[in-house]
Design a protein around this ligand. Structure first.
Ligand SMILES: C=C(O[C@@H]1C=C(C(=O)O)C=C[C@H]1O)C(=O)O
Length: 108
């Protein structure tokens, strides 16, 4: 095998190792996101009984402060902030669907 092909194989092996680690993280993130949505659905039921709205801006500020205190760098801080905008958006949509009876909240 030529030296450059052996080097290329090493790169591919390294790439696959990193991708394997990302796959494992994605499995954990997906499971945790499902759990987060489940809890948001439970909160939605409590808020309905209390006559509270789905959107609670002050609570959302607390969520951002909590997660951003765990970011490792300014660049990651921005990425986490963007990701959490999506997560909170989906969380509100999910809560609304629970409220409207379009989500079945039974856990697996
Ligand atoms: C889950 C809640 O409902 C909404 C969704 C939030 C979330 O996903 O963290 C936070 C605030 C609310 O806008 C809540 O009020 O705690």
């Amino acid at each position: 095998m030529s030296e450059s092909r052996a080097m290329n194989n090493d790169h591919w092996r390294e790439l696959e190792e990193w991708r394997g680690k990302i796959d494992e993280i994605d499995r954990q993130v997906a499971a945790l996101l499902c759990q987060r949505l489940q809890f948001a659905g439970n909160i939605s039921a409590v808020k309905s009984r209390m006559g509270e709205t789905v959107l609670q801006p002050e609570r959302e500020k607390e969520v951002f402060i909590n997660v951003l205190s765990h970011a490792d760098s300014p660049l990651m801080n921005q990425a986490i902030e963007n990701i959490y905008h999506c997560i909170l958006n989906e969380s509100r949509l999910f809560q609304q669907e629970c409220k409207d009876g379009r989500q079945n909240l039974s856990a697996r």
